[in-house]
Design a binder for this molecule. Structure first.
Ligand code: D5M
Ligand code: FE
Ligand code: ZN
Length: 481
């Protein structure tokens, strides 16, 4: 009894040091995890959305994962018996959609459910059919954006829906700018005053990332690369060789060597190869004309990376997997070509690297976001990625240039907040911290193609971002002679 009391006190004190109280029933749950408590507490605290009393409901997602992690140790495809890499979410092997009407209904329901659950921590949100029955003039609703347009008198008119009905809200002044940036099928909260059938909005609430996030530290570095496009005539081999030499301690000053020594993971966020038949007349732009040969080349180039480093590879729209997102990992025919230090995952994929949560997403929706929001452009891809975090969705706009497979669960919702969000696709470089999340777009190893010249796309190739142990970011540029 006495020992139990001491255990409780210890748990209470540890959380109090982070500024949180713990409900007695949550204390009981935590006692089962006393070995992992110091590791778990920061995770639990950073997952809370503004509530100060921790309940069992707050703990379950994290504690379940610890249990799942124990199970995953045997199933994750790494070679050591105890893995430092834990895949938290990935469609690979779980795709269950046929693309019929019921799949689409289930998909959008999942999107709405997941995002409205996040939003419910911010606002009360009555169902739309109940809004009209309310006595009070002040209303708060959660809905999926159906239509956005500008009215004749210069306001924004937005129609939103939930599974009980639709309602329109009007946004004026500064709020109008936010409203006009809304994308079809994203899920938002609205608060305002009911006037007739419409709501005059005073606030638009995004699911967003909580404000209290802090940048995560580690005791290793992660290198972020993307869009290698092996097999393309524009693949920058000299620059790639320099990159590989740096990792092998053959080039670079003392500081660069120190950084190279600390690298434990390299993450490649898709477009591993240039592919075949991805766009008309692509064969003119290829050095390797068959996709198998391109993956053989990819495997041999990646084999030059020292084996002390684990390489995580996720596919993109040029890779030999289905185009619609979420994309599964490369098929065994291709993945088996790579050495043992390579792990193939899907797109998107959420994983933990020694406790650091990494979300990889190739980034096709960045094109849609940049097209939709005029203040954004390709020279700052990280700003478009921040819009994804705000919307807690990797492809918020349905029906743009990012095809989505209607899985029964929406894998593109950012359920759990990552420490790092990594993308590529747009071939430009940009990094930022958003509410503690490191946001990185790691450019390309392909020079400007004829096609890109025509559409005025200016790539920034051979830029590499390194996330170092203290959470600082080092930008390396490799220029071949
Ligand atoms: O995409 C590299 C970049 O080029 C990305 O921002 C999209 C852009 N791109 C690629 N194809 C097209 C078409 N057909 N129209 C407009 N923009 C395009 P990657 O995935 O490497 O091809
Ligand atoms: Fe690409
Ligand atoms: Zn791409």
């Amino acid at each position: 009894m006495v020992i139990k009391d001491i255990e409780s006190k210890l748990i209470i004190t540890k959380f109090a040091m982070h500024g949180y109280n713990v409900h007695p029933s949550a204390i009981e749950l935590l006692k089962e995890f006393k070995e992992e408590l110091d590791e778990l507490i920061p995770k639990i605290c950073s997952s809370l959305d503004g509530n100060f009393i921790i309940t069992p409901d707050d703990l379950r997602p994290i504690l379940n994962k610890v249990k799942k992690r124990e199970k995953n140790v045997q199933t994750v495809t790494v070679k050591k018996p105890k893995s430092e890499i834990c895949i938290l979410k990935d469609v690979t092997g779980s795709s269950a959609c046929e693309g019929n009407v019921n799949d689409f209904i289930a998909y959008f329901n999942s999107r709405f459910e997941k995002l409205s659950k996040i939003l419910k921590k911010r606002l009360s949100g009555v169902s739309i059919s109940n809004v009209k029955k309310l006595r009070s003039e002040n209303v708060e609703v959660i809905g999926m954006v159906k239509e956005v347009r500008e009215t004749q008198n210069g306001n924004a008119l937005v129609e939103i829906e939930d599974n009980t009905g639709t309602i329109r809200f009007i946004a004026t002044g500064k709020l109008k700018e936010t409203a006009l940036e809304l994308m079809g099928d994203e899920v938002i909260g609205v608060s305002g005053v009911l006037k007739g059938k419409n709501i005059i909005a005073d606030r638009i609430i995004f699911p967003d990332v909580p404000l209290n996030g802090k940048k995560k530290k580690s005791d290793f570095s992660i290198v972020f690369i993307s869009d290698t496009h092996f097999g393309s005539k524009e693949f920058l081999e000299k620059e790639w060789d320099l990159f590989v030499k740096w990792l092998n301690f053959e080039v670079g000053n003392e500081k660069m060597r120190e950084v190279a020594e600390s690298v434990k993971y390299i993450v490649l966020a898709g477009d591993v190869v240039d592919g075949v038949g991805i766009y008309p007349n692509q064969d003119k732009d290829l050095t390797i004309l068959d996709v198998y040969g391109q993956y053989e080349e990819a495997a041999s180039q990646i084999d030059k990376i020292p084996k002390r480093i684990k390489v995580i590879i996720s596919p993109g729209n040029h890779d030999a997997v289905r185009q619609a997102e979420p994309q599964p990992a490369l098929l065994k025919d291709f993945s088996s070509l790579f050495s043992n230090n390579v792990i193939n995952v899907g797109n998107p994929s959420m994983m933990e690297l020694n406790g650091l949560k990494l979300l990889i997403y190739h980034g096709r929706s960045i094109d849609d976001i940049i097209t939709k929001i005029p203040r954004l452009d390709y020279s700052k891809p990280h700003e478009a990625m921040i819009e994804l975090l705000k919307r807690r969705h990797l492809a918020p706009m349905y029906g743009g240039r990012s095809p989505i497979a209607p899985e029964k669960e929406d894998y593109l919702v950012i359920d759990e907040i990552p420490d790092i969000l990594h993308s590529g696709h747009v071939h430009t470089y940009g990094t930022s911290f958003y509410r503690g999340v490191f946001v990185v777009n790691s450019s390309t190893w392909q020079a400007q193609t004829e096609f890109q010249k025509k559409v005025n796309l200016n790539p920034m190739p051979c830029n590499v971002a390194v996330y170092t142990p203290n959470g600082e970011v080092v930008r390396l540029k490799f220029y071949g002679s």
